[in-house]
Design a protein around this ligand. Structure first.
Ligand SMILES: Nc1ncnc2c1ncn2[C@@H]1O[C@H](COP(=O)(O)OP(=O)(O)OP(=O)(O)O)[C@@H](O)[C@H]1O
Length: 309
């Protein structure tokens, strides 16, 4: 076990039985995870990347206990989560998930305040006044207003809904947030805001974040360390900068090249100097507060600010 790990998965195997053909009743096994080892340290942001079908979401669902592994163990704060009910309930409270699709992940019939209340009641307090105060501070912590608490999900944009999903995950004050492709359903400019929110939660509240993404630019912007998955195996793990500059596994190399990632440019956190259009971008000067927005690697292999038009 890694002595610094807050959450650790050891030798996880997971397979699914699927029908071999449309009419046949015979089953074939899909081996989604083949002996995966994974850990995250407290206060760290770790990325999991890999092509479609490599097992990222399955691992995220195992980490958050949505799927049970066929074999292997999960440890939270050094305790096997299935050892006793106390360890399990500590883990359940402290590991929360933010899903990819902000449109389907909120109950359309519930006002936002009701969505947020559930977890608070279960894990924090039953006192009505306190619950209300927590809801108010939660909604503000994700950049929304108090009156948003009394609206329904359909009254929000995709980016706002994703903020609400993050508020819901935060409602039980978890140590670890697992975010599965949290920005892939959003516009580029909104993506930047959500990524900045994750960065802020990590910096200011010391939240540990596990980010699943197929987008290396997103991972590079947020993550301290990255796992690369391929066909259900972890093929490489390293600090983000090292991995992008010096990929050891051929698949990682291929993944980086297929994204046309220019590592030197992307690592430069000063958008002004790395954005080739900064001088010409009208929106830039109006919106830029010198905080990095989203770095995007475009078809022409350049890096630009998300606010560039
Ligand atoms: N519920 C399921 N039933 C059957 N097979 C599944 C199930 N979930 C995942 N799989 C299979 O397991 C493998 C890994 O899938 P997974 O969704 O974890 O990949 P991924 O890397 O997250 O892909 P993507 O980026 O497309 O979401 C795939 O072959 C997938 O078809």
């Amino acid at each position: 076990m890694n002595p610094l790990a807050i959450l650790e998965c050891n030798n996880i195997f997971k397979s699914f039985d699927i029908s071999s053909t449309f009419i046949s009743k015979s089953k074939v096994k899909v081996h989604a995870l083949n002996g995966v080892n994974f850990y995250v340290k407290r206060g760290e942001i770790v990325g999991i990347v890999g092509e479609s079908g490599s097992g990222k979401t399955t691992l995220a669902k195992i980490i958050t206990n949505i799927y049970k592994p066929d074999s292997g163990n999960i440890y939270f704060n050094k305790k096997n989560i299935h050892k006793d009910s106390e360890s399990y309930s500590e883990y359940r409270k402290n590991v929360q998930m933010v899903f990819q699709d902000p449109y389907s992940s909120l109950n359309p019939r519930l006002k936002i305040i009701s969505t947020l209340k559930d977890g608070i009641k279960q894990y924090i307090t039953n006192n009505k006044k306190e619950i209300h105060e927590i809801c108010k501070s939660l909604i503000k912590s994700v950049g929304l207003e108090e009156d948003h608490l009394y609206r329904y999900p359909h009254q929000f944009s995709g980016g706002q809904r994703q903020r609400i999903s993050i508020a819901r995950a935060l409602s039980v004050d978890p140590e670890v947030i697992v975010a599965d492709e949290p920005v892939s359903a959003l516009d580029v400019s909104v993506q930047a805001q959500i990524l900045n929110l994750f960065k802020k939660l990590n910096k200011e509240k010391n939240k540990t974040i596990i980010l699943i993404s197929h987008d290396l630019a997103v991972v590079n912007f947020l993550c301290h360390r990255v796992y690369v998955m391929y066909k259900g195996f972890v093929v490489e793990m390293a600090e983000t900068e090292k991995l992008l500059k010096n990929p050891l596994h051929p698949y990682t190399y291929q993944l980086i090249n297929s994204k046309h990632l220019q590592v030197d440019e992307v690592k430069n956190e000063n958008v002004k100097s790395s954005c080739p259009y900064a001088e010409r971008c009208k929106k830039y000067s109006a919106k830029c507060d010198n905080e990095i927005k989203l770095i995007e690697v475009g078809k022409n292999h350049f890096v630009r600010c998300a606010y560039y038009e």
